[in-house]
Design a binder for this molecule. Structure first.
Ligand SMILES: Cc1cc2nc3c(=O)[nH]c(=O)nc-3n(C[C@H](O)[C@H](O)[C@H](O)COP(=O)(O)OP(=O)(O)OC[C@H]3O[C@@H](n4cnc5c(N)ncnc54)[C@H](O)[C@@H]3O)c2cc1C
Length: 324
């Protein structure tokens, strides 16, 4: 498992500026890793900003004062992306693209960060995933009557002692299966492929062990055609003619993506009402785990400069508490 001093999740303005601040105080570039789920950095800016937009430094009337290394004046969308691009190049920031983070676990030896590709160990972990995450939905319609029985995570609603079908074959599918078995559920899992290539070794082993113990029933090479309401809950119909329909109380989709709130709760960050619990220097209730950028901005919303400033403040706290 690769070991880093700091792993940053998300390569938007917050994640990139966090790496810059860390390098500026002397953490070596080799000791910092940024994980980005898309194939490019600053995905939200690229996706949501109109091409002709003027990127305002004082967005939503926020003060345009920068406390850290990175700063912005009013500029075009292209200039903004180029500025972030240049920071990655100039500081030789190691950004791993197409690497989605599914889980963060705090252990006595530091954080274990599980991604779609592998696991990393780090002393410090900074979450900078913004607020635009969305779970992927299946191609078929979910009937209105089944809306409260179809889930896209396992944290929004407690599911105990029920029969559940998980759909998916990545790390979150395995992690959901392990968790739902522990909660006394009868679990099955439908995956379109023959083997679990996207899962890390630990999750694959755990899932296959549960299958051998008959705690999880696997339906490999199965593709769901539709789900329909039934007196026994949900009837699941498959495209494969030889696969009989199955019945379950709930269906949990693990097709990738996650809402930021669920992501934070899943990794152990507590919530004060609607907002994640964030203390001095953007540290969460989990020591060494920081949440910066839009995700820490609350209802008033964030801006690029406030994302940059949150990195600076997090770095001040890290220097005080964690670096000699
Ligand atoms: C339409 C629109 C216009 C705006 N205009 C302005 C403006 O003019 N000026 C201004 O200052 N601000 C503006 N903003 C706000 C600004 O874009 C945000 O405040 C800023 O992008 C927040 O940066 P961030 O790094 O926190 O999050 P984001 O920019 O959302 O970046 C998060 C990154 O994390 C990645 N990610 C998400 N989940 C994972 C995961 N599980 N694993 C790995 N990577 C992950 C995402 O792909 C993304 O690249 C605007 C916002 C919108 C929507």
């Amino acid at each position: 498992m690769k070991k880093k001093k700091m792993v940053i999740i998300g390569a938007g303005p917050a994640g990139i500026s966090m790496a810059v601040e860390a390098i500026e105080v002397g953490i070596s570039t080799e000791d910092i890793l940024v994980l980005e789920k898309e194939e490019v950095h600053s995905w939200a800016i690229r996706k949501f900003y109109p091409e002709q937009k003027v990127v305002a430094a004082n967005y939503k009337g926020k003060e345009a004062i920068c406390y850290g290394v990175m700063c912005l004046t009013d500029m075009s969308k292209t200039e903004t992306i180029s500025y972030l691009d240049k920071a990655i190049k100039d500081y030789r920031i190691d950004v791993q693209y197409r690497e989605s983070v599914f889980g963060i676990k705090k252990t006595p030896e530091g954080f274990i960060i599980s991604t779609s590709k592998m696991s990393y160990r780090s002393d410090l972990c900074v979450i900078a995933i913004g607020i635009f995450g969305k779970p992927k939905k299946p191609d078929y319609q979910i009937p209105r009557e089944l809306k409260d029985k179809a889930h896209f995570d396992v944290t929004s609603q407690k599911i105990e002692n029920q029969s559940i079908l998980i759909v998916g074959g990545g790390d979150s599918a395995s992690e959901y299966a392990q968790y739902l078995v522990q909660m006394g559920n009868q679990v099955s899992l439908s995956y379109r492929r023959k083997t679990f290539q996207r899962m890390n070794e630990v999750n694959k082993k755990s899932l296959l062990a549960l299958s051998e113990e008959k705690k999880v029933q696997l339906y490999l090479e199965s593709n769901i055609e539709k789900i329909v309401p039934h007196d026994q809950g949900i009837e699941v119909c498959f495209q494969e003619k030889e696969q009989k329909n199955i019945f379950c109380d709930h269906i949990v989709y693990a097709l990738g993506g996650s809402t930021p709130r669920n992501f934070l709760q899943y990794v152990g960050v507590s919530y004060d009402g609607e907002e994640p619990h964030i203390g001095e220097g953007y540290e969460t209730n989990v020591p060494g785990l920081f949440v910066i950028g839009d995700l820490s901005s609350g209802k008033k919303g964030g801006s690029i400069i406030s994302a940059f400033n949150s990195s600076k403040q997090a770095m001040v706290k890290i220097c005080k508490e964690y670096l000699s």
